[in-house]
Design a binder for this molecule. Structure first.
Ligand code: EPU
Length: 439
């Protein structure tokens, strides 16, 4: 099993280009199940999760061809459906990646039947899918559970297409991102006009709606809590659709620069998707300045320079659905706040148990008290390197940040979690001058 060995204390300096977004790419890839025609996506990041999604799509009768990046051209992923008969997403693949659930809505809408293993919980919490099922049932799907699988057909045992409906996707912790992706995708082929209320407003949902429109879907309101979808009989493919940049990778590298008191330039930076995170970073004293001469016409993202002061201010952070502060940056900002000058409070409102990194940060000399869904972080002068254990993707990123700032050597075990969401993070950090090795 791979481990990262980090000798901390070096300020990061240099330039990094932000990759395509993992969480946008997964539902975009699943959209290939909605059509009989080829779909080409540009800039799908090369990660364990996107590879597993490719494996899953292959098992579902889709040819997948990956062309690596070349001569300033981004990588491209061609998804060409050739056999529409498979309708079962097998457990051996779905269990490796919760986002396997993304195939449920598209496959059900197009093939009129779908069998997908019920995803289990994971280190960040229970992760139910009741809202996905509620939304699809509202569209007329007949769904039951069988041997741990979700078994679904369109109305009358698959004889009729899905039917448009007024769907409400609010749950105890807000909306659901992948549930919205599933219902939105399914509604594109439903008969009539679907209204999705309490829809997720995340930028990844807007990216999906943009792709579905390019494929001929009729969607308005995406990015707001009310999405309206007029069903169509069929969708075409799409050519060279660019995946949006990864806002969580972008936020992680901003905080890596800040925690090492470095100076980093980030290209392809999804500035507009990170308003809440940048607001908190400004409060802490971290400066993220867009360069004035970059092309910000549609489809282009600015270059930003990150400058951070030696003295970090404490702040309050509450994770919330978009446009609030993203839960996927909570562990990283906690690492940063361990070095702030005073008491910071972090409250987790999406996954109230997403705090496995706290115990590991304590091993590095951080001062954190957890009370229910909140953690009080009392800044300390320095962190000290230690052997720590990665427990999930973003917790691991928080530990890497802490290791970059700590005095001495940090070893992070189980970095396969990181490989699910960050493309060769150690190489990126090495290019910025960090002393980090994969062993
Ligand atoms: N929830 C329900 N019922 C459902 C679905 C969700 O109660 O049917 C609850 C969840 O338990 C949670 C809240 O609703 O409390 C939000 O969960 P959501 O469904 O939005 O999460 P998700 O769609 O499964 C995506 C990202 C996560 C990210 C969350 C929240 C992907 C592949 N995953 O998950 O990303 O944390 O949205 O923004 O897009 C990560 O990248 O590390 C990651 C975990």
């Amino acid at each position: 099993m791979d481990t990262f060995v980090i000798n901390g204390g070096r300020p990061l300096r240099g330039t990094v280009r932000i990759n395509g977004s993992k969480n946008a790419a997964l539902p975009l890839m699943a959209a290939a199940l909605l059509t009989d025609h080829p779909l080409t996506l540009q800039g799908v990041p090369d990660l364990a999760d996107t590879r597993n999604m490719s494996r899953l799509l292959k098992r579902l009768g889709i040819d997948v061809t990956h062309t690596p990046p070349e001569d300033q051209q981004p990588s491209s992923l061609n998804l060409s459906p050739h056999d529409p008969s498979p309708t079962a997403a097998p457990y051996d693949i779905v269990r490796t990646m919760r986002a396997g659930i993304c195939v449920l809505g598209p496959m059900l809408a197009k093939r009129r039947a779908a069998r997908v293993s019920m995803p289990g919980g994971c280190a960040i919490g229970d992760r139910p899918v009741d809202l996905h099922l509620r939304g699809l049932r509202a569209l007329g799907a007949e769904i039951h559970l069988e041997a741990g699988d979700i078994v679904a057909t369109t109305p009358r045992g698959g004889q009729d297409p899905l039917q448009a409906a007024h769907v409400f996707l609010g749950g105890p912790n807000g909306s659901t991102v992948l549930g919205t992706a599933n219902v939105l995708s399914a509604a594109t082929l439903a008969q009539g006009t679907t209204i999705i209320e309490a829809a997720a407003c995340e930028p990844e949902i807007v990216d999906l709606a943009n792709l579905l429109r390019a494929m001929g879907a009729n969607i308005t309101g995406d990015g707001s809590p009310c999405i309206i979808v007029e069903g169509v009989d069929e969708l075409t493919g799409a050519d060279a659709y660019p995946v949006m940049p990864d806002r969580i990778e972008a936020g992680t590298y901003v905080m890596a620069a800040a925690i090492t008191n470095g100076e980093v330039t980030l290209e392809n930076f999804p500035l507009d998707s990170l308003t809440a995170a940048l607001d908190r970073l400004t409060h802490i004293g971290v400066n993220v300045e867009p360069e004035t001469d970059t092309d910000t016409s549609p489809g282009n993202y600015p270059t930003v320079r990150v400058l951070s002061p030696r003295r970090l201010n404490p702040t309050q952070v509450t994770t919330q659905p978009h446009p609030g502060f993203p839960t996927d940056l909570q562990a990283q900002i906690m690492a940063l706040l361990t070095l702030a000058d005073g008491n910071a409070i972090i409250t987790e409102k999406i996954f109230p148990d997403r705090f496995l990194h706290v115990a590991e940060l304590l091993r590095m000399g951080a001062n954190i008290t957890r009370v229910g869904p909140s953690a009080m972080v009392t800044g300390t002068r320095e962190l000290v390197g230690a052997p720590v254990m990665a427990s999930d993707l973003r917790a691991s990123a928080g530990l890497v940040l802490a290791g970059l700032a700590a005095q001495g050597t940090t070893t992070i075990n189980r970095v396969y979690h990181l490989d699910r969401g960050y493309h060769k993070m150690e190489l990126t950090l090495q290019s910025l001058g960090a002393d980090i090795q994969r062993v």
